[in-house]
Design a protein around this ligand. Structure first.
Ligand SMILES: Cc1ncc(COP(=O)(O)O)c(C=O)c1O
Length: 374
């Protein structure tokens, strides 16, 4: 079995720690454990400090599952906790891996979507999230890729890296299409509910959908490593429970308590990400308008990342490499199989984003001068 290199994480791991302005990250502003504990009442803080460091339940702590069920408006039995959305995706792919089967995923997309099924011998079929159609996700293109061997269709809305979203009616139509054909519909919603245009609903309301979600992106507390699935099908749920018991047994107990606090105080936690994303996206819009001769883009409809491109059409990796030397970290588009693009995260820098854009503007100017003289 072969796993292809994880180019994005290799790039981030190389530069993230020492760079002055991190515009490659896809989260919102950072929280400390102390910030999260400060949102809790005395009793919960005491529970956190004095709880036993033992295994938790494979399905997740009861009180955390209850908090998620309440937020997602689903029965508590439908909630399976996992170690990040990453483990949820692993469980989905693992159980889909049958000889001759295929899966339908977005391009560009989060590398795990293709790397895991490819390593498990599944055929990967890609639908495109194209700038030519305004980074729309086209349900008809998705449907045309299916056949009797299709195990699942994966939709990631808001989409990493483009910020594209799929409307509620389109999602419902796709749900009905998959339900009729016995194809699983997997909805990766780690950037929900951060939106910049129309708001869309979680697919947790759809009886045949499998939702993958986490606290890493919209909640921006990736260090707790909490992910979850909403699964209404009891048979599949049992399989996911078994997979998670083999993969990692349970989440960490400190992480589960911090997660529960963040979910119960989601108005504050999500509110902070949305405020930073909204404020910084306005700054980014101005920046992109000022640099339209060098950079093209389509503004994101949701999430905390945009996926601009170099209008010259050249590979953006040297551009991203040179930017790191000026203290700006971007993510090269080849990490998403789209080399002339780069991913720009606009929420993680929080209040430093304006200063980051000033530095980025100086870099773009020097880059374009170099291109003219080359
Ligand atoms: C679309 C998408 N899904 C899932 C994940 C996995 O996140 P985590 O394992 O931190 O929950 C990521 C991380 O970047 C992502 O972008």
């Amino acid at each position: 079995m072969q796993l292809k290199p994880f180019l994005l994480d290799a790039w981030l791991d190389q530069y993230e720690e020492n760079v002055e302005f991190n515009l490659a990250a896809s989260t919102g502003p950072t929280w400390t454990a102390n910030d999260i504990l400060a949102l809790a009442d005395e009793r919960t803080r005491d529970r956190f400090l004095n709880h036993d460091l033992v295994y938790s339940h494979p399905a997740g702590a009861d009180s955390l599952r209850e908090a998620i069920a309440e937020m997602q408006c689903v029965p508590v039995e439908a909630v399976q906790i996992l170690t990040g959305a990453s483990e949820a995706l692993l469980a989905v792919m693992w159980l889909a891996a049958e000889p001759g089967a295929n899966v339908i995923i977005p391009l560009p997309g989060f590398t795990t979507f293709s790397a895991l099924p490819e390593s498990l011998g599944l055929e990967t079929r890609f639908y495109r999230v194209r700038p030519e159609n305004g980074y729309g996700i086209d349900p008809d293109e998705i449907k045309r890729l299916t056949d009797s061997k299709t195990k699942f269709i994966l939709v990631n809305s808001p989409h990493n890296p483009t910020g594209a979203t799929m409307g509620d009616q389109e999602m419902e139509a796709l749900h009905d299409f998959t339900a009729e054909r016995g194809i699983q519909l997997v909805s990766d919603e780690v950037y929900h509910p951060i939106y910049h245009g129309r708001q869309t609903k979680s697919a947790a309301r759809l009886p045949h959908a499998t939702v993958v979600a986490d606290l890493s992106k919209a909640f921006s507390i990736a260090g707790v490593r909490t992910g979850w699935m909403i699964e209404h099908d009891a048979e599949r749920r049992q399989q996911y429970w078994t997979a998670r018991a083999y993969f990692s047994i349970s989440n960490t107990t400190p992480g589960e308590i911090l997660s529960e606090i963040a979910i119960r105080k989601r108005d504050v936690v999500l509110g902070r990400t949305q405020a930073a994303a909204t404020r910084n996206l306005k700054l980014l819009e101005r920046f992109m308008a000022e640099h339209r001769d060098i950079l093209g883009w389509i503004p994101p409809q949701g999430g905390m990342t945009a996926f601009p491109w170099l209008v010259s059409g050249e590979n953006a990796r040297p551009f991203c490499q040179a930017a790191t030397e000026r203290g700006i970290l971007l993510a090269p588009g080849d990490c998403f199989d789209t080399p002339s693009h780069f991913r720009l995260g606009f929420a993680a820098a929080g209040d430093d984003f304006s200063a980051a854009l000033d530095r980025f503007a100086a870099f773009v100017k020097s880059w374009s001068r170099k291109m003219v003289t080359a």
